[in-house]
Design a protein around this ligand. Structure first.
Ligand code: PMP
Length: 461
């Protein structure tokens, strides 16, 4: 079955502009130009309504970890829809798919993270965390412990709660965010903000901002610290090695909960099942979504430690939940996705083969005249575009102008690479092969070359 399959691209674009409001988009600009319409996908390749093949260097929105077109997931959805398409998990009810998925997640998640609260995506899961950690401390007789410390340029979602936890100034500027009792410290972005410090010194300095903020707010008032192991939407910001051990020490010393937002880093992205394992941290709560179902169904989850779950379980009713918490079809699809990830050893194979390969090739891009730092953690990678790499300089144009130009060249060359300001980022499906990585690089280099010559032609460099 295909929907609107016989309409020409222009008609699809006109209908889209007339009736569809796009997320994170300037609607007028898009209407003038027309959306790119994606019609099918297989493996790492997308196809648009003109029949053009595009290599998806972003796995959708960092989510299609097992790649597109796995029929097993379609079959799991089909079978579950026939048997029980919907039932809720409120009012002391449950169903087999949610039970099975919870057991599987307890098995896969690190340490004693054995208890799962479901949502439809990452934003909702972080809203759960926000309410849950406050309820946790109140139940323990410490209702003043309600401030959550987060990071500037972090991303935790788009609901009012999750966007408040996030540190995106552009989002806070719209709609009166953040909500009270959420404060932000600076990010561990050495290339952009490290000045004369070594990365190691800078990593420690940025971690110790957490300690300083705890003192400012008062340790008895702080509930939790939330952060992504690697900042994704912020531009693939990989913290210096000194950062995470110090963060863990501070959370332990001051008895505040650590929430690792693993919506991107969960399920293999950094070369381990969870980014917390890559960084050897012990979060009390992990947020997941995206790779949990490889994006085939909307589902998110907060995975809690034994201790946190026990306190919540003994705190009376937790007055929180979503109609689709533990949706049976989403759970069945997620289970099938996890089965494939596990049985086909997709993460282990990437860690042994394609991650080292991509790491080596990505680092080579630093030789390009337009590229400053290159970083990656597993199959998420970022690079900074710069007019002067020795000075770690920024462009004179508005931030994002050059990044946007580069993204447009990538699009034209059949590659989805995203720009965040003037950083370019990739996060391809974990099943990407060496040959496909070669193709990704050929297209990326060509796009960088074209961006550079365009900047020269336009007197911007
Ligand atoms: N947390 C992180 C780290 C994310 O990257 C995202 C989405 N990009 C979210 C939360 C929000 O997830 P969702 O869009 O599924 O609500």
């Amino acid at each position: 079955m295909t929907i609107l399959h016989n309409l020409p691209t222009q008609d699809l674009q006109a209908l889209d502009a007339a009736h569809h409001m796009h997320p994170f988009t300037d609607g007028a600009e898009l209407a003038a130009k027309g959306a790119r319409v994606i019609t099918r996908a297989k493996g790492v390749m997308l196809q648009d309504s003109e029949g053009v093949d595009i290599l998806d260097g972003m796995a959708g929105l960092w989510c299609v970890n097992i790649g597109y077109g796995r029929e097993e997931l379609a079959n799991a959805a089909h079978a579950q829809m026939q048997q029980l398409p919907y039932y809720n998990t409120f009012f002391q009810t449950s169903h087999p798919p949610v039970i099975a998925l919870s057991q599987k997640l307890a098995e896969l998640a690190p340490g004693d993270l054995n208890h799962v609260f479901y949502a439809s995506g990452g934003s909702e899961a972080n809203d759960t965390n926000l309410r849950l950690v406050r309820h946790y401390w109140a139940t323990k007789g410490k209702p003043d412990k309600k401030v959550i410390i987060a990071r500037k340029n972090g991303y935790h979602g788009s609901t009012v709660g999750a966007a408040s936890l996030g540190g995106m100034s552009g989002m806070h500027a719209q709609g009166g965010l953040p909500i009270p009792d959420i404060v932000h410290i600076d990010q561990p972005y050495w290339w952009g903000e490290g000045g004369d410090m070594s990365p190691e010194e800078f990593g420690l300095a940025r971690a110790r901002q957490l300690e300083a903020m705890i003192h400012e707010v008062g340790p008895d008032n702080v509930a939790a610290f939330i952060a992504e192991p690697v900042q994704g939407a912020g531009g693939v910001i990989v913290a210096p090695d000194t950062y995470w051990p110090e963060i863990q020490r501070i959370c332990d010393d001051y008895d505040i909960l650590l929430i690792a937002d693993e919506v991107i880093t969960g399920f293999g992205r950094t070369g381990n099942w969870f980014g917390s394992q890559t960084y050897d941290i012990r979060p009390d709560i992990i947020t997941t979504a995206k790779g949990l179902s490889s994006g085939y169904m909307p589902i998110g989850a907060s995975i809690l430690s034994d201790e946190v779950a026990q306190v919540i379980d003994h705190g009376g009713d937790f007055n929180h939940g979503y109609t689709y918490s533990g949706h049976p079809v989403a759970c069945a699809v997620a289970l099938e996705n996890l089965r494939i990830l596990q049985e086909e050893q997709i993460i282990e194979k990437a860690a042994a083969d394609t991650i080292p390969y991509l790491t080596e090739k990505w680092a080579q891009l630093a030789d390009h005249p337009l590229v400053g730092e290159t970083v990656n953690k597993g199959l998420m990678a970022g690079l900074a575009l710069t007019p002067d790499k020795a000075a770690r300089a920024k462009f004179a144009s508005d931030p994002g102008t050059v990044g946007f130009r580069c993204r447009e060249r990538c699009f034209a060359n059949g590659l989805i690479m995203r720009h965040v300001g003037d950083r370019m980022i990739i996060a391809p499906p974990l099943i990407i092969s060496r040959d496909e990585i070669d193709t990704l690089f050929e297209r990326a280099v060509q796009s960088l070359d074209e961006t550079l010559s365009g900047l020269k032609t336009d007197g911007m460099m």
